[in-house]
Each structure stands twice: as C-alpha cells, then as structure tokens.
Design a protein around this ligand. Structure first.
Ligand code: FAD
Length: 432
C-alpha cells in the first residue's frame, strides 16, 4: 500500500495499492476484495483520484500513440498519453488540442473523466465535445466502444464520469489546425468588476480564448479589478520569434506555506501594476501553461498543502454572486496568487456529471489553514448555493454531499453506470 497525494498535497484518507498496467488487459487482474480507480497524472487537486484502501490503476504505461492522420487532425492514443506528449507530436505538424486545461501534465483519460475546460469554453465547449470515440473496459472484461452514436448513454456517463464507469483504454480526438505554435494575445486592465463584464461581453465574440486574472486583495472601488487576456492562434507570420522553455523548480517542501497575507498582497499589487497592456505574439506554452515552467510549484504551500475553490454560477445570478464571493474572500484575508474569472458559453456539456455549464466560473487557491479555511469555504458555498451554482469535483476536497447533489442533479441517473468494482474517496464522501 502506498500513500498517494493529489495536486493539493492534502493528506489522503488512506493508502492505496498502486497497479501500473503495461497493457490494458492487465488492469483486469484486480484483487477480488478491493475497489479500483483509474489514476492519470494526479493533477486533480483533491480526492477524485484517491481511493484509500483500494487499488489505483495508474495509467502511466498506457502511453502509446495508436494513429494520427495529419490530413484530418484525428488522433487515437492510449488513455495514459499526456497532453504534453500530444502537443509535442502534433504542433510541428500544424495541429493543436481543441480544448486544453491550464497544464499539459494531464492524461487523456483524466481530461475525459473530468471533462476539462479551457479558456475557449465560450467558443469550443469542453474536452468531451471533441472526442470522437473511446473504449471503456469494465471490470467484468466487457469492452464498450462509445461515441455520440454508439453506446451514447455510456459516452455521456463516462465524460465527466470521475473514473467510476470503468477504465478508458484509448480515445480518439479531433484536433484543430494552427498556422504556427504562437498565440496573438491582447492584454488590457480593467479597474473594477463591472468593467470586467463589459470587457468580457465586448471581447468574447471575436476572441476564442478569454480569461481574466482578478486582484483578490483589492477592495472598495477597486474590488474585482484585474487583467483581461484575450487570444487566438496566430496567423501565418513572415518570421517567428525564437522561444526556448526555461525550467525552474521548487526544490523542497518548506515547513510552512510561503503564501501568506504579506506575499499575497505584494504579488497581487505587483501583477496589477506591471501588467503590460497591448498586443503580443506569445508562444503557446507560456500562454496556456504558465505554471508548467515551475516544477513542483505546489510545494510552495508547505506541508499542509492547499485547496482550490472553483465554482460556476449561472448567467442570471453571476454578477451579484461573483461580487459577493470576492467581497468575502477579500474580507477573509485569505486568497490566492491567481484568482481566475471566466465565463462559460451556452453549449451544453455532454457528460451527465460535467462541471461546465453557462455562467461565470471563479477559481482560487487557498493555503490550508485548517478550520479558518474550511469556515470561509462554508461561507462561499452559501453564496454559490443561493446563486444556483456548483463546485468543480476536479478541484474539490471538501464539498458536502448536499452541495454536490444540488450542483449535479443527474448524479442518481449516473449511479447506474458505475462499475460495481470501482470506487473513489470523492464518491464515498459526497454520496455517504
Ligand atoms: C496547474 C493546473 C491547472 C489546471 N487547469 C485546469 C483548467 O484550466 N481546466 C480544467 O478543467 N482543469 C484544470 N486542472 C485540473 C486538471 O485538468 C484535471 O484535474 C485533470 O482531470 C487531471 O488529469 P490527470 O491525468 O492528472 O488525472 P487524475 O487527476 O489522476 O484523475 C482525474 C480523474 O480521472 C480519472 N481517470 C484518469 N485516467 C482515467 C482512465 N484512463 N479511465 C477512466 N478514468 C480515468 C480518475 O479516476 C479521476 O477520477 C488543472 C490542474 C492543474 C494542476
């Protein structure tokens, strides 16, 4: 049995036996009395990838490409292939992922099981919208081919299905064409939250990627000020800048969090004042994956780890709810280096348990200060609940079952697709 941490470095409820199948059929040799759960790269912040007392089916060796057609951008690979591996293969051939989260260190299986979203949700939906098909291996040995037209109910249950419907062995993705590896990025600042909504509405129709960083320490008239970044894949260029990736690392875990009230205030102020407004040609790696350049950056939160709080609130309540969330966060003195605000589009997600839905999503990291942090989350939950919103399971380690039930009204319908030999700490927690 091994103790396993997810990205928030919060203590796992219990050690698990780790099994790393080399071929997908090996995953069927489960010990008879233990529940299993697929595990990708552990980039989920909380316990959706934990299975204390059970087996983790680590997909690190299911990492083979099966087929890629550079004429159509259709790629088939095993589920343990990472988004980084895919980009290294396809970007030089003029293709890109249709949807990517804020890190490349994510497996294809993990991206499907959380139906991850990116900065282009308003234009492209979530990861599931670009899946052509995949294979699902059940503990009974049954193999289900799933697509929007073949086994569509299993397709819908497995997209955003939190690894509970079985092991995704391989998947086929539709990529999008690009002219080069660069992004055209437009950066502007906005002085308060009302200005964010105006800027966002003005930019979204023309820019497929939009996101804002919010200074979560600012209060009064400056509450909700931030930096708005809109982007698109760059058009063909006569000459491209040279770009080389710099790799840094947080070499060890300090005994306490380096993120505290003083460093937070300093960082937020600096970021706001130093943001360079205007247009720039930026390589896709620093644009999409700014944190991937610092290995083990999660160590900076110290031994107690950290939480991410990510919620979505619907369009009709989003303005009041986001203002109230920011007010409570600023008042608490807790908060994050990066508070990220983005609006999701209206394209309905395909998964029964998918998180993305129309409205605004706010995400912040919080150092784990125990009771004080959990108390703040209860306050934030009340605002999200009142607004009719939901919390993202991929980032969660503590939402109460009642919050999950309200945010995911199809959970009951989903339950019948769960593999009887599969389970997770998250599911046991929210469905207890
Ligand atoms: C810096 C950073 C930025 C991020 N930005 C975003 C973002 O912008 N948008 C977003 O949506 N998310 C974001 N995330 C979260 C991350 O994209 C998701 O948690 C993702 O699912 C992690 O993938 P993984 O391979 O690490 O899977 P894990 O975390 O290991 O597992 C996640 C889930 O997938 C299941 N699973 C894994 N492999 C399989 C398989 N083969 N078959 C069936 N189920 C499987 C697991 O059981 C688990 O339930 C971010 C995370 C980090 C650390």
């Amino acid at each position: 049995m091994t103790s396993w941490q997810s990205w928030g470095r919060l203590a796992s409820p219990g050690p698990a036996r780790v099994c790393t199948p080399q071929f997908e059929g090996d995953a069927l040799a489960l010990p008879p009395d233990l529940a299993a759960l697929p595990f990708g790269r552990g980039r989920s912040y909380g316990d959706v990838c934990h299975n204390g007392g059970g087996v983790l089916l680590h997909t690190a060796r299911l990492d083979r490409f099966i087929a890629f057609d550079p004429a159509t951008g259709v790629l088939r690979c095993e589920s343990g292939v990472s988004l980084r591996d895919i980009l290294e293969l396809v970007v030089p051939q003029g293709w890109f992922l249709a949807v990517t989260p804020g890190t490349r260190e994510v497996s294809v299986g993990g991206a499907i099981a959380n139906d991850v979203h990116g900065k282009n949700h308003h234009a492209a939906g979530s990861f599931g919208h670009h899946l052509r098909r995949f294979e699902l291996l059940r503990s009974s040995g049954e193999r289900l081919r799933c697509s929007p037209t073949v086994n569509p109910d299993w397709f819908a249950a497995t997209i955003g299905g939190l690894g509970l419907t079985g092991l995704i062995t391989w998947a086929e993705l539709q990529l999008v064409p690009i002219a080069n590896p660069f992004m055209q990025v437009r950066t502007t600042r906005f002085p308060h939250l009302d200005a964010f909504w105006e800027r966002n509405a003005a930019m979204e129709p023309d820019w497929p990627y939009t996101v804002a960083w919010i200074d979560c320490v600012a209060s009064g008239a400056a509450r909700g000020r931030g930096v708005f970044m809109a982007a698109r894949h760059a058009a063909p260029q006569p000459q491209l800048p040279v770009w080389r990736e710099a790799r840094r690392a947080v070499p060890f875990t300090p005994p306490f969090s380096l993120v505290n009230a003083a460093t937070l205030r300093g960082f937020n102020l600096l970021y706001w004042h130093r943001a360079r407004e205007g247009d720039a040609l930026t390589h896709h790696v620093p644009y999409f994956y700014p944190l991937d350049g610092i290995a083990h950056w999660n160590r900076m939160y110290g031994r107690r780890g950290f939480f991410q709080y990510q919620c979505v609130v619907p369009p009709d309540t989003q303005r009041d709810a986001i203002a109230e969330l920011l007010r409570r966060i600023a008042r608490s003195g807790q908060g994050s280096f990066l508070a990220v605000l983005k609006t999701f589009g209206r394209l309905p997600s395909l998964g029964l348990l998918s998180f993305p839905r129309a409205g605004a999503t706010l995400a912040l990291d919080f150092p784990n200060r125990g009771h004080a942090t959990l108390r703040l989350f209860e306050e934030l939950d009340a605002v999200v609940r009142e607004a009719g919103g939901a919390i993202y399971p991929a980032k969660d380690a503590r939402m109460p079952g009642s919050m999950f039930e309200r945010g995911y009204p199809r959970a009951q319908e989903f339950s019948r697709f769960i593999d009887p030999r599969f389970g997770s700490d998250f599911w046991r927690r929210v469905r207890a």
